[in-house]
Unconditional design. Structure first.
Length: 101
């Protein structure tokens, strides 16, 4: 079965989230910062879609989520997520990084 454009976009967004966290100070960012990064990369996601993807990544054991305030999600990269971000490991549903990235 062929993946839809939406599925392809979300698999790319998941990789972009993991990559952004590899570059973040202490491998941590908030959902607002990650949303701005998605816009910068030209990935058309809503805040709700971003939070859904963050929940999915947490379920896969790739990130850890915490809620420092009612309106803010803190996102921390886990070791397994770092491995996926650089292509050392693969998770179905996340686009593989291009060689040399």
């Amino acid at each position: 079965m062929t993946a839809s454009f939406f599925d392809f976009t979300m698999s790319h967004a998941r990789l972009a989230i993991l990559r952004a966290l590899t570059e973040a100070v202490q491998h941590t960012a908030n959902d607002s910062t990650l949303f701005m990064e998605m816009e910068r990369l030209g990935l058309p996601v809503t805040r709700d879609q971003l939070r859904t993807q963050l929940g999915w990544l947490e379920e896969q054991g790739l990130i850890r989520l915490s809620r420092p305030t009612d309106s803010l999600l803190a996102v921390t990269l886990r070791e397994r997520g770092a491995d996926v971000a650089v292509g050392r490991s693969f998770v179905d549903g996340i686009q593989r990084p291009s060689p040399g990235r």
